[in-house]
Design a protein around this ligand. Structure first.
Ligand code: UN1
Length: 496
């Protein structure tokens, strides 16, 4: 059966790529299942999309924000109606299990309601002028055309984190979905259109990074870029965007540590470790990838997590019995395989997993066995570099201070977690862990949309999604209204 052909969305019209080239969206659990064919776009498509977004900005910026919000409220309700269908399509293109793709759609719904509420806030500031009979305030203005480059691991949630706040603030958008998971972006944007979004306000250009992403980053009419992906690509994005002085929001890698103290509820920590490490097949920037174990409980915890990890059912995420879906593609399988080899060469011990799964129900997809590595020390590459797969490292420590030091010893700083019943240690950890997010008695995953999301060090460049995203998607305009009917000179006429 011929797979469904999708087009770019430009100025409200669905258009094939200018070159006519396409790319295939393949189900990672079953490579014989082609989800669809999408445009493989290049600079010519990006130019059309940016021109459409620029044109639409002239009118969209003047729509009152509460009216823009009404579209988001409607989109939220429509997404809720379509949740099951969109979740199934997402599992088909991305692989994660249905419970998680339902969560991904739910995250877009949450984001829509959260941001729609901002339509009646978008607060600015007023402040007294230093001069008499003069009024001072600063208001939030839209930035203009925003370019967005989205990852494949949260195919609807992360585009919603970018599109919705940009839209409520009056910007127009060109989004490049990840080449592995474009359908969920299409579903999200189709919902916005059905909710009444005018033509040209959001444009989709699908394709690969070098061909479609790079021209978006470099286009002079794009005023800001929001990027989520690897730190290596993020660095290229920032360097290329610098030539045209674009604001850039980068959301990148992690090597997230969970610390389990000797007084922790071990069963709770075990459940959290399994969910944090193997949920989304470990393919979250927030995934738990280092578990730091107090020496007093290390042996018991290790034995339990190894047994539980080995028993996880890996397979097609549409099967309700499956707990862990496939990895997204062969490249990610190669990365997981390579990191296991690097870890073993450096002295780590393979406790379970460690190889791709290729037989029986796994024959047609890209599966990797849930993997636990023991005897890992903080200096090993496996303890410092992001794998983005179902591979977790166990590291033993003997004091709380040492655990914090190990947790902070890496270049990333997205999410951290501490299991303890000691409230003093909990608050010390909240203060001392170098990360944008810290969980107490919960794993490193599970962020809610209305709190700031992002990290420090190589994880980000200081911006936040969720609460804080409006600071990226708006620019301040300070306004002075002098009603004295005389020339009043600041810094001069008010000086004694
Ligand atoms: C990601 O880790 O790539 O916090 C995004 C979470 C999700 C979002 C994760 N709400 O786990």
């Amino acid at each position: 059966m011929a797979s469904k052909l999708y087009h770019n969305l430009i100025g409200g019209q669905w258009l094939p790529s200018v070159s006519g080239q396409t790319l295939k969206n393949v189900n990672p659990a079953d490579h014989s299942d082609i989800v669809g064919e999408f445009p493989s776009s290049n600079a010519a498509d990006v130019a059309l999309a940016v021109a459409a977004a620029k044109k639409a900005f002239a009118t969209w910026r003047l729509v009152p924000a509460p009216k823009r919000a009404e579209i988001l409220f409607r989109a939220a309700a429509l997404l809720a109606e379509r949740k099951e269908q969109y979740a199934r399509e997402m599992t088909r293109e991305m692989g994660k299990v249905l419970a998680e793709t339902r969560g991904d759609v739910q995250e877009a719904i949450d984001e829509a309601y959260y941001v729609a509420g901002e339509g009646r806030r978008l607060f600015g500031v007023t402040t007294p002028s230093e001069l008499a009979n003069k009024f001072a305030m600063s208001v939030r203005m839209p930035v203009g055309v925003i370019g967005m480059i989205a990852p494949w691991n949260f195919p609807m949630a992360i585009p919603s984190w970018k599109l919705f706040p940009a839209l409520i603030a009056g910007n127009t958008c060109v989004i490049k979905p990840a080449e592995d998971t474009p359908l969920s972006t299409y579903n999200l944007v189709q919902t916005l259109i059905d909710a009444g979004l005018p033509a040209g306000v959001v444009n989709i250009v699908s394709g690969y990074g070098p061909q479609a992403g790079a021209p978006l980053v470099e286009h002079p009419d794009v005023r800001a870029i929001s990027f989520t992906g690897s730190s290596a690509t993020g660095s290229l994005v920032a360097q290329r965007a610098a030539a045209t002085f674009k604001a850039v929001s980068l959301e990148m890698g992690g090597k997230n540590a969970m610390i389990v103290m000797d007084d922790a509820n071990l069963e709770l920590a075990l459940e959290g470790a399994l969910w944090g490490s193997f949920g989304t097949t470990g393919q979250r920037c927030t995934a738990t990838s280092r578990i730091l174990l107090h020496e007093a409980i290390a042996a018991e915890f290790t034995q339990k997590i190894v047994a539980r990890a080995a028993a996880l059912k890996v397979g097609n995420g549409l099967d309700p019995a499956v707990e862990v879906g496939p990895q997204i593609n062969a490249q990610q399988i190669a990365t997981s395989t390579e990191y296991v080899a690097i870890a073993l060469a450096e002295g780590a011990k393979l406790l379970t997993g460690g190889t791709p799964l290729t037989d029986g129900p796994h024959a047609n997809g890209t599966f990797f066995a849930p993997t636990v590595l023991g005897s890992v020390t903080p200096d090993m590459r496996i303890a410092r570099e992001e794998v983005f797969g179902p591979v977790v490292s166990l590291i033993t420590f003997s004091s709380f201070e040492e655990a914090i030091e190990i947790a902070n010893s890496i270049d990333y700083g997205l999410s951290t977690s501490l299991y303890t019943k000691d409230i003093n240690r909990a608050f010390s950890a909240i203060r001392d862990l170098e990360s944008g997010i810290t969980y107490i008695n919960a794993p490193t995953i599970g962020a809610e949309v209305h709190l700031p999301f992002g990290g420090v060090k190589r994880t980000g460049n200081g911006h936040r999604e969720g609460l804080g995203s409006l600071d990226f998607y708006t620019t301040w305009k300070s306004v002075y209204v002098d009603h004295s009917d005389t020339l009043q000179r600041a810094q001069i006429d008010n000086a004694e």
